[in-house]
Design a protein around this ligand. Structure first.
Ligand SMILES: [Zn+2]
Length: 110
């Protein structure tokens, strides 16, 4: 298995990336200094864009929660163990998603 310290480092790096993404998205979402567009089609486009930005923002926030959870599991020696069935999570899966809390079987079932 890959060194736990490597996963920890990877998780901390990812956490920082998502945090920066949220800060950037929040700036885009709350650019209040700009006047509100009067034109309807422009307004619709702006609305669509903010939906996309909101979705990305939600995604980044939930990833951070999962990363914190994974860091907690590293600290109490349960990292890499599926939260549903208690079996080890496949290492390929952990390398792709270091904050995965479920094995591939449980993730697909859930
Ligand atoms: Zn499982």
């Amino acid at each position: 298995m890959k060194n736990i310290e490597d996963y920890k480092h990877q998780l901390e790096t990812l956490r920082e990336e998502f945090r920066e993404r949220i800060i950037a998205l929040d700036k885009d979402l709350h650019h209040t200094e700009e006047p509100v567009e009067k034109d309807f089609s422009e307004q619709a486009t702006q609305l669509e864009n903010s939906d996309v930005l909101n979705a990305l923002d939600d995604e980044a926030r939930s990833a951070i929660i999962q990363i914190d959870n994974a860091l907690f599991r590293i600290s109490n020696d349960s990292f890499g163990i599926c939260e549903a069935c208690g079996k080890p999570i496949n290492e390929d899966r952990l390398q792709a998603i270091p904050y995965a809390s479920l094995c591939i079987k449980c993730a697909e079932a859930g």
